[in-house]
Design a protein around this ligand. Structure first.
Ligand SMILES: NC(=O)c1ccc[n+]([C@@H]2O[C@H](COP(=O)([O-])OP(=O)(O)OC[C@H]3O[C@@H](n4cnc5c(N)ncnc54)[C@H](OP(=O)(O)O)[C@@H]3O)[C@@H](O)[C@H]2O)c1
Length: 284
């Protein structure tokens, strides 16, 4: 349990994920661009912080990162690789494109480092409770080595296929969520206009065929217009943009996803960029 690991990027997701690694007994070094967050993490969890990704990664058997978008992944990943030795594993929990995963995997391979794209689902609460779904792409042997470490914060850690397959699976996840949240918004807004008790409606229909994670976890708070549950509108716009770009390449049609992306653009323009994704109802 004392393997040396590094965690780069202590945002809403990374901060608690790195905390679970420390709690499981791993020897953790963290890096965050804004050093105040790294200091706060060390104060809370112990362990060490380092001033650069390369310094944090030095001597680590597993290096994890959870940053923002493709550009951030490429920048932080390239820096981390400078500190990594052959035989170690770089794991990226950022939601990014499959292309970025393949590019970074190529750079890692040149150094003899294995790369796993491993985006997560489950939100801030999943990261805090250690119950994330982790969708992985990459080499099976490297995945088997990294899996027990990821189990520290993962409820379901699964290898989906070769490099990029984790990111492609996360795209499916986001496509499935986008249209559903719009449907849920329309249903709740309709219930309000119809003069129904929206909470009672949600209690009743969540026991039938309309049930969903979004309905159970976000329905009532959407009715209360509370939108502070972590996964920001601007992250969703990034994710749906990635899905649409990939669909142009593979020929899949995403008519509803495309429309919902436009709706999220509206919410963002109206000042809701840091609201969570259930804020689609504000347009109605
Ligand atoms: N929040 C969720 O519910 C959720 C759920 C699933 C997946 N995700 C995905 O997980 C990733 C992180 O999300 P989050 O909510 O944790 O974001 P966040 O709170 O905004 O944190 C982003 C982290 O990445 C760091 N970072 C970004 N760009 C960087 C760069 N170029 N160089 C160095 N550090 C950089 C930030 O450093 P600073 O502190 O210095 O800015 C921060 O530590 C995103 O790809 C998101 O789509 C999020």
């Amino acid at each position: 349990m004392s393997a040396k690991v590094a965690f780069l990027g202590l945002g809403v997701m990374g901060f608690p994920m790195a905390g679970h690694l420390k709690a499981k007994g791993y020897d953790v070094t963290v890096y965050n661009r804004n050093p105040a967050k790294a200091e706060a993490w060390v104060q809370k969890h112990g362990g060490r912080s380092a001033p650069t990704p390369a310094a944090a990664a030095e001597g680590a058997e597993f290096v994890f990162m959870c940053v923002g978008n493709d550009n951030d992944v490429m920048a932080v990943g390239a820096e981390a690789l400078k500190g990594m030795k052959a035989g170690t594993v770089l794991i990226d929990h950022t939601t990014a494109s499959a292309d970025a995963a393949r590019k970074l995997a190529g750079q890692a391979k040149e150094k003899g480092v294995a790369f796993i794209d491993a985006p997560v689902s489950g939100g801030q609460a999943g990261a805090e409770n250690g119950k994330l779904t982790v969708m992985c792409g990459g080499d099976a042997a490297a995945f088997e080595r990294a899996r027990p470490v990821m189990d520290s914060y993962g409820r379901a850690v699964t290898l989906m296929g070769a490099t990029g397959a984790g990111q492609l699976t996360k795209m499916v996840n986001q496509i499935c969520i986008a249209g559903l949240v719009q449907g849920l918004s329309e249903g709740i807004a309709f219930a309000e206009k119809a003069g129904l008790d929206a909470d009672l409606v949600l209690d009743v229909i969540s026991k039938g065929a309309a049930q969903s994670w979004q309905m159970e976890n976000r329905g009532k708070t959407m009715h209360q217009r509370k939108f502070d549950f972590g996964f920001a509108v601007d992250w969703m716009r990034k994710d749906l943009g990635i899905c649409i770009k990939e669909a142009k390449r593979n020929g899949a049609r995403l008519p509803v996803t495309q429309v919902v992306l436009g709706y999220y653009d509206d919410v963002s323009k109206a000042g809701g960029n840091r609201y969570d994704t259930s804020s689609l109802i504000t347009r109605l």
